[in-house]
Design a binder for this molecule. Structure first.
Ligand SMILES: C[S@@+](CC[C@H](N)C(=O)[O-])C[C@H]1O[C@@H](n2cnc3c(N)ncnc32)[C@H](O)[C@@H]1O
Length: 277
C-alpha cells in the first residue's frame, strides 16, 4: 500500500451517476424485500451502488485514524460494510442509506457480524440527515455530491475527519491520500481531509496585529508590529494552526475567537495567545 495522488476519475463519475434518480424510483418499489439480492450497479437515489472493496475499507479506517472513541457516519452506506468494519473496531457507527432493501440487508449483515449494538442503519436521504454528531465521515459518492455536501461538512466541528473513496472535494485539496494495490481492483484510492477551524479575520497578538485569510486549511496574511507588516504563511489541521512570520514558527490551538500556543525562533521563544477582534 503506498500513499499517492491520483488522476481524477471522470469516467467513474459518469458510470456511477448513470441510472441514478429516475430509474431508482421505479425499481425500488418493485423489489421484494424478502430474498433481495443486491446487484452491483443497481440504481440509487443520487448514485448507484458499487461496494468499496474490503481492502480499501480497511485502508480508509487507517487513513481516517479511526479508533473505538469515534462516532462514524457512512453517507450512502450500501450493504453496510464500512459501518460494520468500524463497529468491529468498537466504533459507534451509523449508516445513512436511501434504499430500504439495502438498509435491511445491512442490519442482517451487522447481526451476522455480532455488532448490531454499535452499528445503526437509517433509511434516509443523506442530504436531509443531520450527521453533525460524527467525528468521522466516510463516503463513496461522486465529486458533484461531495461538492454539494461541502458547506455542511465545513461547518462540522473542527477536527472532524472525512474519508472519501475515489472522489475529491474540488479545490479543497485533501490532507492525505492512500492507494491500495492489493485486494482491490477498482476504486482503490481514498482521500482524507480534516475540517479546519475558522480563523479568518483580525487578531490581537500581544502588541501585534495578526490579519489572517483562510482558504480551507491554508492560511496567509500579515503580522504587523510597530507598523511593520511581515508576511504570514501557514496551515490548519482541525483546530491546530501552524504559521511562519518573520522567521518565527507559531503553533497554537484555536478555540473559537481565541488561540493559545508557542512561538519558536527569531529572537524570543515562548508561549503566546491571541484573540479575534
Ligand atoms: C457507491 S455506493 C457506496 C456504498 C458504501 N458506502 C460502500 O462504500 O460500500 C453509494 C450508496 O449510496 C446510496 N445513495 C444514493 N443516493 C443516496 C441518498 N440521497 N441518500 C442516501 N443514500 C444514497 C446508494 O443506494 C448506494 O448504496
Amino acid at each position: 500500500m503506498k500513499t499517492t495522488r491520483l488522476l481524477r476519475h471522470s469516467f467513474t463519475a459518469l458510470v456511477l451517476a448513470t441510472f441514478a434518480s429516475g430509474v431508482f424510483a421505479q425499481t425500488q418499489s418493485s423489489e421484494a424485500q424478502k430474498g433481495f439480492e443486491p446487484q452491483v450497479g443497481q440504481a440509487g437515489k443520487d448514485v448507484i451502488w458499487v461496494p468499496t472493496s474490503q481492502a480499501l475499507v480497511d485502508a480508509m479506517m487507517k487513513l481516517g485514524k479511526v479508533t473505538a472513541k469515534d462516532t462514524l457516519y457512512d453517507l450512502g452506506s450500501g450493504d453496510g460494510r464500512t459501518v460494520i468494519t468500524a463497529a468491529k473496531m468498537g466504533v459507534r457507527a451509523y449508516g445513512i442509506e436511501f434504499n430500504p432493501n439495502m438498509v435491511e440487508l445491512s442490519k442482517q449483515n451487522a447481526a451476522k457480524a455480532g455488532v448490531s449494538e454499535r452499528a445503526t442503519f437509517m433509511k434516509a436521504d443523506l442530504f436531509e440527515t443531520d450527521f453533525s454528531q460524527a467525528n468521522v465521515i466516510t463516503m463513496f459518492l461522486l465529486s458533484s455530491i461531495n461538492l454539494k455536501l461541502r458547506p455542511k461538512i465545513l461547518d462540522l466541528k473542527p477536527g472532524t475527519r472525512i474519508v472519501s473513496n475515489t472522489f475529491t472535494m474540488d479545490n479543497w485539496k485533501e490532507d492525505e491520500s492512500v492507494n491500495v494495490t492489493e485486494g482491490c481492483s477498482t476504486y482503490c484510492t481514498a482521500y482524507f481531509w480534516v475540517v479546519p477551524a475558522k480563523v479568518g479575520g483580525n487578531w490581537s497578538l500581544g502588541k501585534s496585529e495578526l490579519a489572517l485569510k483562510q482558504e480551507f486549511q491554508v492560511v496567509s496574511g500579515t503580522l504587523t508590529t510597530d507598523g511593520k507588516p511581515l508576511p504570514v504563511t501557514g496551515r490548519l489541521r482541525g483546530e491546530q494552526i501552524t504559521f511562519l512570520a518573520g522567521g518565527a514558527q507559531y503553533e497554537a490551538r484555536v478555540n473559537g475567537n481565541a488561540m493559545e500556543g508557542t512561538r519558536k525562533g527569531s529572537g524570543s521563544s515562548g508561549s503566546f495567545s491571541a484573540t479575534r477582534k
